[in-house]
Write a protein that binds this ligand. Sequence first.
Ligand SMILES: Cc1cc2nc3c(=O)[nH]c(=O)nc-3n(C[C@H](O)[C@H](O)[C@H](O)COP(=O)(O)OP(=O)(O)OC[C@H]3O[C@@H](n4cnc5c(N)ncnc54)[C@H](O)[C@@H]3O)c2cc1C
Length: 553
Amino acid sequence: MAKPVILSVDDDPGVLSAIARDLRRRYGEQYRIMRADSGAAALEALQQLKQRNEPVALFLVDQRMARMNGVEFLAQAIPLYPEARRALLTAYADTDAAIRAINDAAVHYYLLKPWDPPEEKLYPVLDDLLDDWQASYRPPFEGIRIIGHRWSAEAHQLRDFLARNHVPYRYLDIELEAEAQQLATQYALEQASLPFVVFPDGETLQTPTIATMAAKVGLQTQADQPFYDLLIVGGGPAGLAAAVYGASEGLRTVMIEREAPGGQAGTSSRIENYLGFPVGLSGADLARRALAQARRFGVEVLTPQAVVGVRLEGQYRIVTLSDGGQISCHALVVATGLSYRKLNAPGVEQLTGAGVYYGASLTEATSCERQQVFIVGAGNSAGQAAIYLAGFASKVTILVRGDSIEAKMSQYLVDRIAQTANIEVRLSTSVAAVHGEEHVEAVTIRDQAGNEEKHTATALFIFTGAVPCTDWIEGVVKTDAHGFVLSGAQIMQDGTLPRDWPLDRPPFLLESSVPGIFVVGDVRAGSVKRVASAVGEGSIAVQFIHQYLSKVR
Ligand SMILES: Cc1cc2nc3c(=O)[nH]c(=O)nc-3n(C[C@H](O)[C@H](O)[C@H](O)COP(=O)(O)OP(=O)(O)OC[C@H]3O[C@@H](n4cnc5c(N)ncnc54)[C@H](O)[C@@H]3O)c2cc1C
């Protein structure tokens, strides 16, 4: 962290270097001693410090300066660093002015020139002022700051992206936070320039795209090589497991993830049934650990980057990326999991990201504090989200289309919901409409008999069924009627190899209808939709990939 600054300002070079020398001698270890030879130069330096979010502890300013005197300088410096201590250096003749400045210009102390010996006439006063400053000082947040509107879908996207990629940031609501307003004035921000991002190095971005943010925070989106032994599409638990096992067993491995490593599991507030974690662990934690493990073994992780197509050329499988790039490999793992089915009701599409969220969107939980929220869905993910959000919201209502919540949800979640006073479950009920101008303000719900009720609400979280993410591989591998990829014995037809299968051997377990393309996790037809099974499949697949590669290399 940058040392707090002590800034001395004086237009007399002799006095300036003497004061800087004395300050450095006593405070140089703990503070950065800066000097400026005019008020204007000092203000310029302060602007730069402010942009880099560096703290200033003390101004030591000569009152008698030619262009801008000490008090005039402080009047402009205070709005930038209101908490910095302020001391004026004065000549005996200016004592009256200095005393007036204590009242008028909020100066904390004045010192008389010369200050020899400093041990007696300078340090005791400054020690005192610096102690005061230290007592009230809160180290500034050193990460990325995003200034935006609470209900801005773009700001939500940025926050979600950073959170899911484990990049620390602070969100400053333009309507609520004084710091946001201060930055808005500093950068002359207008409505159209939000969300606005300030980086620790002082660089700023106005309404950045996810790709620009990814590049700026150092995420890799382009492959280092044109060819890999193993290419994995999807960075959920299944893809991460395949990556860890593949790379740890010597395969040149690349994993491509379109949003953030962790997949659906990464959005889970608490996974309670994963072996070895008796008190559960958050999906974000699991994702962070798995990603670190994969990188340690040398996996190249490209994110955010989406695969949009795949083609076969002899023994090569070549994927096309959303930016038009191509990467080829010998073995391809499909680990693209599921995404939520869209909810069809008036208002949902317009307000997505501004109160309507697909999935848990944990970044929004704090903005639900003391508000009413609705959850649509009856699976485990809906149950987990309800329990998590109940810790923030005044009331959580779960809307279940069927007539029982036990049908799809694990019993431990059903029990916890029953024990949570501020969760209500409405059976045989669905969303009729979502209302709001800029963000969700109310939700109309409808029961089986068609009766409608309109409720005030600030958010609607949707967990309605899921569809496999297979559009990018459609027509290349065989799928079932719902789009899930077939593998292993599912490829066989009446116990015999299908005509279009080109090899003598039958497909390996987890191998798709195309040799060398394997499928793991939720996207596989017949898979168990769980973290542990996805991880298991990702690791098992690597065994068969070795066998496959031994014949093609
Ligand atoms: C909120 C929630 C809570 C859950 N809680 C639990 C629990 O407690 N216990 C449990 O066992 N299971 C739980 N599950 C289920 C579990 O998370 C899934 O079974 C598991 O994540 C499946 O892993 P996967 O790797 O197969 O797929 P996913 O996790 O779906 O990962 C697939 C990844 O592929 C990426 N992708 C998709 N298409 C492309 C493309 N074209 N290019 C690049 N990348 C792409 C996606 O962005 C995604 O990151 C929960 C699920 C949710 C949503």
